[in-house]
Design a protein around this ligand. Structure first.
Ligand SMILES: C[S@@+](CC[C@H](N)C(=O)[O-])C[C@H]1O[C@@H](n2cnc3c(N)ncnc32)[C@H](O)[C@@H]1O
Length: 292
């Protein structure tokens, strides 16, 4: 079997992806090569030669990525920190930025024994699973409305459980349906949510426009259509002293903390920046007041 240089294949792939407008062409070329070789990206340098059949298959993957199919849909997996979940059509691809929400969330409940955590708008279930993995003593409930996304969440939660993780209670339904979480009102230690928050009509990359479900991304003219009622949902679920953490758009770094600060039931409202220094997250604590 003829063998070819991996370095040359990588250079050709990087140039194809650059021409296609992919944001991180070299990283994606390397990650797809590593995926196809079944090795980590850091080991590519140890493999100078690859078989010609492999190069042909690699070019097929690169051609799909050049069509702006998300990298994670091609590999079938998305990573946030050290947690991996399966993704594909019908579910939002988790972003690395969510690592900040995870780190903050785990800190918030570090001193709470057997915490009750609710992850609203769970999508693939990545946040719920990451928390359940880091805190096997936690009881984690995850909520998702889209039937397609829910199937991914259930599958990821089942794999987590099959690998020895504690079961996650995945509930299908609208977070604004009062009946769905009524049993948890006033008892939750931490509510996490990465909701749809992009103002409708905002231009987005083809990977998002064509592959992330619209209901996972867009939320009305200001991107606040779900965020506003979610604040009430979170406040209702939390026990006094419980924490709320929510991601938002980088254009909402003033608006969203202000919305939370306007609620008497919430205190310690704080805005946070993501890995790129942009305002992307807000946190708050429930005080001992009856919800309005
Ligand atoms: C931005 S995605 C976040 C997914 C996941 N938490 C993550 O960080 O990767 C938002 C999710 O909220 C779901 N969603 C939107 N509106 C909802 C609603 N009213 N009730 C429940 N889920 C909703 C969408 O289907 C989508 O899966």
């Amino acid at each position: 079997m003829a063998r070819e240089s991996l370095r040359v294949a990588l250079m050709e792939a990087t140039s194809t992806l650059t021409e296609a407008g992919v944001g991180s062409p070299q990283a994606d070329a390397e990650l797809l090569a590593a995926h196809l070789l079944g090795v980590s990206r850091t080991r590519l340098g140890l493999m100078p030669l690859v078989e010609s059949d492999w190069v042909a298959e690699y070019r097929t993957l690169i051609a799909r990525r050049a069509e702006r199919i998300p990298l994670q849909h091609i590999t079938g997996v998305a990573h946030v920190g050290d947690v991996s979940v399966r993704v594909g059509p019908g579910v939002f691809t988790p972003r690395p930025e969510t690592e900040v929400l995870l780190a903050w969330s785990l800190d918030a409940i570090v001193a709470v024994k057997s915490p009750l955590v609710v992850d609203l708008c769970t999508g693939s279930g990545v946040i719920a699973i990451a928390i359940a993995k880091a805190r096997p003593d936690a009881r984690v409930v995850a909520v998702e409305r889209s039937t397609q996304a829910l199937a991914w969440a259930r599958r990821n939660a089942a794999e987590h459980e099959a690998a020895g993780g504690t079961p996650i209670n995945v509930r299908g339904g609208d977070v604004l349906d009062e009946r769905l979480l009524m049993d948890l009102e006033g008892t939750v230690d931490l509510v996490t949510v990465n909701p749809p928050y992009v103002p409708t009509g905002t231009p987005v990359e083809p990977e998002v426009a064509d592959h992330d479900p619209a209901e996972a991304v867009f939320a009305g003219p200001e991107g606040l259509d779900l965020i506003k009622p979610l604040i009430t949902v979170a406040a209702t679920l939390l026990k006094p002293g419980g924490w709320f953490v929510m991601e938002h758009d980088d254009t909402q770094g003033v608006t969203v903390p202000k919305l939370l600060a306007g609620r008497k039931i919430l205190a310690d409202v704080e805005g946070h920046v993501d890995l790129n220094g942009r305002p992307r997250m807000v946190t708050a604590r429930r005080v001992a007041l009856a919800p309005r």
